[in-house]
Design a binder for this molecule. Structure first.
Ligand code: FE2
Length: 354
């Protein structure tokens, strides 16, 4: 009796804890994204993946991979930093073979921490444009994430918008919303602006953004989109898949999407991506998984489940994504997002961007 009561209470406590962790629900759309533990002794041929993408986004993909190759996949999900720390702590004893995470800033950091191995793969190098992968083969972009401009479609049209830089113009005073600078997405955006414009010009732009804010920076991109829909701000910058998720539930959302043209630098893109772990338990299986994810078998699923863009040319988009139309990605090497990340954080701090 006592035991079963305890189990029930413990289960309830676990549910509360999960709900509390759901906060940002960033790359794990549902709150119930519990870290799923890998078994201590995986089947000999299994590939163990440490993933900061949520279970809902990876389970269907791994199932399709297993169907196609017979190789099973086990996974652990958590935020990027704890996964990287865990790989460091486990060292040669890690059960993991693949680290799957988002943002080139995180992938770059993992490589700097020495937890990823260099991989030479003709299939990956052919499928993935050079600017979307590590020059040393330690990580590979597997889907494109466009961080672009959104606007209140009741007040504005695409003709009113120009570029990220233009959002610093005083005409946007009291009208701009931004997500907090604490998130790696905006750190990568500013890092690539430093690569393009240099520190001085970038700081001017970021100061202009701060001067134009309609309200304190939001905790995440979904809050920002809601603020535009509520009329609290006119323009903002978000990753497009957050808009895709809201449009799935409300096709009439009064939020327009604007892609800066190639002449003003194009659209800031980042990636979800993966690398093979240093001391991988199953490096051959890991490479097969990465090549499958970058190939025709994996691309539509990997990008489509989260309304991202495939990296492999010719892959069909999700209809919601297709409706946004084409865009010109800025082809700046994403390795710069990592290399200049610390500079970007300091710059945003100096500019008063919280
Ligand atoms: Fe995200």
């Amino acid at each position: 009796m006592l035991d079963s009561k305890f189990a029930r209470v413990a289960a309830m406590a676990a549910v509360v804890l999960l709900a509390a962790c759901g906060g940002d629900a960033d790359d794990a759309p549902a709150a119930a994204d519990a870290p799923a533990e890998a078994t201590a002794t995986p089947a000999p041929e299994a590939v163990v993946v440490y993933s900061s993408r949520g279970e809902q986004l990876i389970s269907p993909i791994f199932e399709a991979f297993t169907q196609s190759t017979g190789i099973t996949v086990e996974f652990v999900t958590d935020d990027p930093q704890p996964l990287i720390a865990r790989l460091r702590a486990e060292g040669a004893n890690t059960p993991a073979s693949v680290l799957l995470t988002v943002d080139a800033g995180n992938l770059w950091f993992a490589a700097e921490q020495g937890v990823l191995a260099s991989t030479a793969s003709e299939a990956l190098e052919t499928a993935i444009p050079e600017y979307l992968r590590d020059p040393d083969g330690r990580w590979f972009g597997l889907s494109l994430r466009a961080r672009t401009i959104v606007y209140d479609s009741r007040e504005l049209s695409a003709d009113d918008l120009v570029s990220y830089e233009d959002l610093a113009d005083p005409k946007w005073k009291g009208r701009l919303c931004l997500r907090t600078s604490k998130k790696v997405y905006n750190q990568s955006l500013v890092a690539l602006m430093i690569a393009r414009h240099g520190e001085e010009r970038t700081e001017e732009i970021v100061r202009g953004w701060v001067d134009n804010l309609a309200m304190d920076p939001t905790s995440n991109d979904t809050r920002l989109l809601e603020a535009i829909a509520d009329g609290r701000c006119d323009v903002g910058v978000v990753n497009t898949y957050y808009l895709g998720r809201l449009q799935r539930d409300n096709a009439e959302l009064p939020v327009g999407l604007y892609f800066p043209a190639a002449e003003v630098g194009g659209v800031h893109v980042n990636v979800s991506g993966a690398g093979i772990v240093a001391n991988a338990a199953n490096p051959e299986g890991a490479q097969q998984l990465l090549e499958w994810l970058a190939g025709t078998g994996g691309q539509a699923l990997f990008a489509g489940l989260n309304y991202e863009f495939p990296i492999l040319a010719g892959t069909e988009n999700d209809p919601i994504v297709e409706a946004w139309g084409p865009y010109s990605p800025s082809d700046q090497p994403l390795v710069d997002a990592g290399r200049l990340q610390a500079d970007a954080v300091r710059l945003m701090d100096r500019a008063g961007y919280r």
